[in-house]
Ligand binder design. Structure first.
Ligand code: ADP
Length: 188
């Protein structure tokens, strides 16, 4: 099988984590979530975890150079050679540039934007009540997403690497939509 390298974008609360897990299982590739990796580091109390915790609690981003190190190392592991699904990275233009620098042009097969409107994701996040889901944290993360991550969509769209999927619906409905769109794009 040819490698499948996918990047999934979506506002916080878009259900991205759940759909990414299912997609990765479906395509038989590792689900690489930078949020999960950072939360693990926090739980283990590593140096990275201590540094990341303060930023995550405030809804701020971990610096690009730190993220670059973590992700490039992860993508070099054997299980990621047949492909991977990145969830939560890249989040800034600097992180896209880091991928280009390390992996070269053509570093990804497809980027997917799981689209759920701001009002809907805000409601969902308030309801789930994760530790960093304070009102201020949510506002700050959505703001950062619009400022820093939304422009990446244009970057991938300009390279004809972006597909959009409506993320409103039941978990199964959205998953079916995702697979259909991804399959069609990968075959094209
Ligand atoms: P959410 O989608 O709710 O923001 P994530 O699990 O993707 O959740 O990320 C949680 C936090 O981890 C982010 O708010 C940010 O502080 C940090 N983080 C995750 N990925 C990155 C990244 N690529 N660059 C910088 N910070 C990141």
């Amino acid at each position: 099988m040819s490698p499948t390298r996918l990047i999934v974008f979506g506002r916080q609360g878009a259900g991205k984590g759940t759909q990414c897990l299912r997609l990765a299982a479906h395509y038989g590739i590792p689900h690489i979530s930078t949020g999960d990796m950072l939360r693990e580091a926090v739980a283990e109390g590593t140096e990275l975890g201590l540094q990341a915790k303060v930023l995550m609690d405030a809804g701020d981003l971990v610096p690009d150079d730190v993220m670059e190190g973590i992700v490039i190392e992860r993508l070099a592991k054997p299980d990621a050679q047949p492909g991977w699904l990145l969830d939560g990275f890249p989040r800034t233009l600097g992180q896209v540039e880091a991928m280009l620098r390390h992996l070269g042009e053509g570093f990804v097969d497809l980027a997917v934007n799981l689209d759920v409107p701001v009002e809907v994701v805000t409601e969902r996040m308030v309801a789930r009540g994760r530790a960093d889901d304070t009102e201020e944290g949510i506002r700050r993360r959505l703001e950062l997403y619009e400022e820093q991550t939304a422009p990446l969509l244009s970057w991938f769209r300009a390279k004809d690497l972006l597909v959009e999927v409506d993320g409103v619906g039941t978990e199964d409905e959205v998953f079916e939509r995702l697979v259909k769109v991804v399959d069609a794009a990968l075959e094209a």
